[in-house]
Ligand binder design. Structure first.
Ligand code: DQA
Length: 146
């Protein structure tokens, strides 16, 4: 099984960026733990970009080859019809993840352009949200095989 994790803008600064909201841990370190934990079940590919087009290219690249995509589109979540269209165009189910509980924050973070084309949404559980999404992706794959 293959899962792609795609992180959008500013998520390369996890651990440094607004730690009171996003925590103190960098993503690379967290990813290592995730790969150790799920390595026997799934391969986890990771991509991060601050550029909308690069995220769309990665969705196209992984969306016909991977079993599931875990996507934190960062601020593009709230603005990008192009990312929503890319999600509609691909085959793999996309699980939307947010580290923070966006619904507890500013009003402009309450609306997601991508939720309606995603399989599900996880928000507010910190980095653990990515693990929850990986668990959900594994379950989806198992259900598909039953
Ligand atoms: C975020 C929430 C977005 O509103 C914000 O722009 C981000 C991160 C989250 O993970 O909580 O960059 O997606």
């Amino acid at each position: 099984m293959k899962i792609a994790i795609i992180n959008g803008p500013n998520l390369n600064l996890l651990g440094i960026r607004e730690p009171s909201i996003y925590g103190n841990e960098g993503f690379e370190n967290y990813l290592k733990e995730l790969r150790e934990r799920y390595g026997s079940v799934t391969e986890i590919h990771y991509f991060q970009s601050n550029h909308e087009g690069a995220i769309i290219d990665e969705l196209h690249r992984t969306g016909f080859e991977y079993d599931a995509i875990v996507l934190n589109a960062g601020a593009y979540t709230h603005t990008s019809l192009a990312i929503a269209d890319a999600i509609s165009a691909i085959k793999a189910p996309v699980i939307e993840v947010h580290i923070s509980n966006v619904h507890k924050r500013e009003e402009f973070r309450h609306h997601s352009m991508i939720s309606r084309v995603c399989k599900g949404v996880i928000a507010g559980f910190g980095l653990d949200g990515y693990r929850l999404a990986v668990e959900a992706a594994i379950r989806l794959k198992n259900q598909e095989e039953e």
